[in-house]
Design a protein around this ligand. Structure first.
Ligand code: NAD
Length: 314
């Protein structure tokens, strides 16, 4: 198939392109490098079935080639990034999503939106099921991202209902793995880099808040299964194994042999206390569930950061 991927130079976009290229598809990556990196493309950028266009997708991109699939992943994704880039985050989820949907409509391609578990906000329903509408603060510091993604979902459904575009929407829960930026503020790379540098791990609040961490290769398998399925509404993809921040910190200290005591800091505003996907829909309709254990995934990620040190993170 001929496949367009926005956000190709990012953490998830680069893993998706790598997988699609390896499967023999003809892949075109789009990115403006606002949070992505050229080195993320290095393992596949010279493959004959990959090409790349540097472009800000907030601007329309006239696209006349035939296309089968459009994966739309472009958006700042970590809290540090979207709080630093509030307008870019809102505009890429609004104008960028519209431009990617227009390409899909024009080319009669199937469209895939990378949405997020953040649409559930600080959830009152646990674990989160797709039918839950969420508890989002529309004016809080995280709202540029949460509401941006909620708008992107609404726009995607409007193109489906009124403009006949075939759409898929994935709600991604916390994912980790190689190619995350050490300083992107997400908890896994932050802890790993603190630990590799024998520093205290920074725990917000009492560390009993939970997240569920999915290894990146599992997530990418879920993306492709969802794209090739017939599910139009949102579908959670994530690992339902819930873990406290203290558990995570202890595992990372164990595998890096860091013995420095943790540093505790106040909980940031609107930081959700619990996050765990209900993945029954993906299990039933896609036959998908995570395969990589936390112990395996975290050790692979630590090994990658060890081989790709980044001094800016500490
Ligand atoms: P990332 O920041 O590593 O990648 C995003 C990519 O989009 C970057 O390469 C960036 O340069 C590009 N981009 C941003 N604005 C753009 C624009 N206007 N034009 C062109 N390119 C642009 O983030 P990620 O973790 O790979 O996330 C990818 C997608 O998945 C995002 O939409 C994010 O909201 C979603 N998501 C990720 C997670 C996760 O755990 N990683 C969780 C939930 C949702």
């Amino acid at each position: 198939m001929k496949i367009l991927v926005s956000g190709a130079a990012g953490f998830l976009g680069s893993h998706l392109c790598e997988r699609l290229v390896a499967q023999g598809h003809s892949v075109i990556g789009l990115d403006n490098f606002i949070t992505g990196r050229t080195e993320n493309l290095s393992s596949f950028k010279s493959r004959p079935n990959f090409s790349f266009i540097e472009h800000d997708i907030c601007k329309p991109l006239p696209f006349s080639q035939p296309l089968d699939r459009v994966y739309h992943l472009a958006s700042p994704a970590s809290p540090i990034d979207y709080i630093d880039l509030p307008f870019e985050t809102m505009y890429v989820n609004a104008d960028g999503t519209r431009n990617m949907l227009e390409i899909a409509k024009h080319c009669n391609a199937r469209f895939f939106l990378a949405s997020t578990s953040e649409v559930y906000g600080d959830p009152h329903v646990h674990p989160q099921v797709e039918s839950y509408w969420g508890n989002v603060n529309p004016i809080g510091p995280r709202s540029v991202y949460d509401e941006g993604k909620r708008y992107a979902e609404a726009l995607t459904m409007a193109y489906h209902r009124y403009r006949n575009v075939a759409v898929r929407i994935v709600r991604i829960f916390n994912t980790y793995g190689p190619r995350m930026r050490a300083n992107d503020g997400r908890v896994v790379p932050t802890f790993i880099n603190q630990a590799l540098n024998q520093k205290p791990l920074t725990i917000f609040g009492d560390g009993l808040q939970t997240r569920s961490f999915c290894y990146v290769s599992d997530l990418i398998s879920g993306f492709i299964a969802l794209m090739e399925s017939s599910i139009t509404g949102p579908c959670n993809i994530g690992n339902p194994q819930e873990r406290t921040m203290l558990d995570l910190a202890e595992a990372i200290n164990k595998y890096t042999k860091n013995e420095v005591p943790h540093a505790f800091k106040p909980l940031p505003k609107d930081d959700p206390t619990r996050r765990k996907p209900n993945i029954s829909l993906a299990q039933k309709e896609l036959g998908w569930e995570p395969q990589v254990s936390f112990e395996d995934g975290i050790q692979r990620t630590i090994a990658w950061f060890r081989n790709n040190p980044d001094d800016s993170s500490i």
